[in-house]
Structures are given as structure tokens and as C-alpha cells.
Design a protein. Structure first.
Length: 232
């Protein structure tokens, strides 16, 4: 074996240190964050599933909301980062339902709800936002979740902002959540009419127009289910 000179040993040591440094940086800045993000995504899905188990009437709604919301977001040219944030907010938007009386949802038809019942139900958005604020890694989702049922016209205050002061993710979820829920109750055609009537008052006109484009994509052929629109 040929002995290494001092210079060769120095360069070899530098090379080993460089490889080790690159490996550590890759793991700490890329690999580990990806693993943590994946675990976070899995945890979020578990939360969503738990809500659907407690409220069977909501089963499958989140998946439809996520698909439609992303399609609308793409039409509005939102960045992928914003789309991901919106998807996470969509999956966690209803965790505050745990504070809603079980009997209200399961023993009384929504057709028989009075103003107090509706007020109680919609309080879940505020509760959901408050819960997310307690988790540092999810705190950025709180404003979106808290405002995802806020009318587009709002009141212009800090608590109930209006127009573009409402996060775009919340404006999209407001339209999509209402459409998906009404579709389950009364079918897609009547649901779409309800959304159109709320254009500019309850709902952001640009989001409503994008929803209609998604639902009538494929050369004017109405998309019956949002899953089909993924192939548009």
C-alpha cells in the first residue's frame, strides 16, 4: 500500500467532511421536513376521518371539497403552495364540529333548524380556528378556517372582513362547501342556482364563475361529479 502524503490526507479529510456535511444538510433540510410533512398530512386526514365518523352526514364531503377547491384554485392561477395550504384548511375546517351538540345534527333535520340552530352550527368555524391556533405548525390555517363560512360582503370589520380582505382560500372554500353540501341535499342543478343567486353577496363572483366553469368543463359538458373534472 502506497502511503498517503500529508496533502492527500488533508484533501481526503476535506472530501469526507464535505460529503458528511452535504448528507446532514440534505437530511435536515429536505428529507426530514418531507417526512414531518407527510406525518402531518396523515394526522390531518385522521382528524377529518374522526369528524366524519361522528357526523355520518358529512361522510365523503371533504374529499369532494378538496377536489373542487383545487380545480377552482388552479383556474384562479393560485400557486401550488397556496393550493396545498387551502387543501390542509379544507381537511381541518370542520374539527370544531366536536363542539356542536350531537342531537342537533343527528336528531333534527336541517329543514327544521331555526336561526339559533344555524347560529350554533356555524360557530364551528370559529371553534376550528381557535383549535388550530393552539398548534404552531397549523396556526397559519386558522384565518382561513375561521372565515370559510363568511359572506363575501362581510361587515368590513377585523372579525368579519369583506371582499378581498377575506383570504382567497376562505372565499373558495365558502363557495365549494356550500355547493357540495347543497348538492347532497337537493342535487347539483338546484345547488348551482343557489350559488348563482349568492354571487356578489354571499360569494366571491370570481370564485362562483370559476366553479361554474369547472362544472361545465369538457367543451360545455356539465361535470356531474368533481372527480371527473380532474381529467379536464
Amino acid at each position: 500500500m502506497i502511503p498517503l502524503s500529508g496533502t492527500a490526507i488533508l484533501w481526503l479529510s476535506i472530501g469526507v467532511c464535505t460529503v458528511a456535511t452535504v448528507t446532514i444538510l440534505f437530511y435536515s433540510r429536505i428529507a426530514m421536513p418531507r417526512r414531518l410533512e407527510e406525518r402531518l398530512r396523515q394526522s390531518i386526514q385522521v382528524f377529518g376521518t374522526a369528524i366524519e365518523l361522528r357526523f355520518p352526514s358529512h361522510k365523503g364531503l371533504t374529499e369532494r371539497v378538496v377536489v373542487l377547491a383545487r380545480l377552482i384554485g388552479k383556474r384562479l392561477k393560485l400557486s401550488e403552495k397556496t393550493l396545498v395550504t387551502m387543501q390542509m384548511a379544507a381537511e381541518l375546517r370542520d374539527i370544531g364540529l366536536c363542539s356542536i351538540p350531537y342531537s342537533l345534527v343527528h336528531e333534527k333535520s336541517t329543514y327544521n333548524w331555526d336561526d339559533a340552530d344555524w347560529s350554533t352550527y356555524y360557530r364551528h368555524a370559529e371553534v376550528s380556528g381557535a383549535m388550530l391556533e393552539l398548534v404552531p405548525s397549523l396556526r397559519h390555517l386558522a384565518p382561513i378556517v375561521r372565515l370559510h363560512h363568511t359572506d363575501f360582503r362581510g361587515t368590513g370589520t377585523e372579525i368579519f372582513p369583506s371582499g378581498e380582505d377575506i383570504p382567497v382560500e376562505a372565499r373558495i372554500l365558502n363557495v365549494v362547501c356550500e355547493y357540495v353540501w347543497l348538492s347532497r341535499l337537493q342535487g347539483s342543478l338546484l345547488s348551482r342556482d343557489s350559488i348563482i343567486r349568492g354571487r356578489g353577496t354571499a360569494f366571491d363572483p370570481a370564485v362562483v364563475d370559476s366553479l361554474l366553469e369547472v362544472l361545465t368543463s369538457n367543451s360545455g359538458t356539465r361535470v356531474r361529479e368533481p372527480y371527473e373534472a380532474l381529467n379536464c
